[in-house]
Design a protein around this ligand. Structure first.
Ligand code: SME
Length: 155
């Protein structure tokens, strides 16, 4: 069971004084990747124009460009709703980056009321992500986005 309150404190300790948006994003991803058990990939896809582009991540090399009408990430970005997918093989249009992935949690990142990207977490276990994980990760993304709003540049 991940302690999301503790992670939120650690996130603030790492990022509150960091003015560089990209460095903050890289450490956000590294913090979560190392704190969450049973995951094989975790990273940010950044909104660039009308597509998502691979940003800071941990795990195997992944696909770089994702259209907004493609995959779980595109669904989260275009609907602005978290996608919690219990079995990726049952998700129409799921994009296979790491063939080990079985379930996925994708949270839209919204700063200044605009989509800036998505946080994507993959697990090799089906049904890995509970509702508590969704709520906890959404809260961390909210903290991250609030901090991004104070930077001169977004990721
Ligand atoms: N599976 C994602 C693509 C990104 S990778 O999992 C890293 C999707 O369907 O959008």
């Amino acid at each position: 069971m991940t302690d999301y309150n503790l992670l939120d404190s650690q996130l603030h300790a790492l990022l509150d004084e960091e003015p560089d948006a990209l460095a903050a994003a890289a450490n956000f991803v590294a913090l979560l990747y190392n704190a969450m058990p049973d995951i094989n990939w975790l990273g940010i896809y950044v909104l660039r124009g009308d597509e998502l582009v691979l940003g800071p991540f941990q795990g195997k090399p992944a696909c770089v460009h994702i259209r907004l009408d493609e995959g779980v990430c595109g669904a989260a970005a275009s609907s602005l709703q978290t996608q919690r997918v219990a079995d990726v093989q049952a998700f129409p249009g799921h994009i296979v980056c790491d063939p080990d992935s079985r379930s996925e949690l994708v949270v839209p990142l919204i700063a200044h009321e605009r989509l800036i990207g998505v946080l994507d977490i993959d697990s090799p276990t089906t049904r890995r992500f509970s509702e508590a994980d969704q709520v906890g990760v959404e809260k961390l993304c909210e903290s991250f986005c609030t901090l991004q709003e104070t930077r001169k540049y977004f990721i």
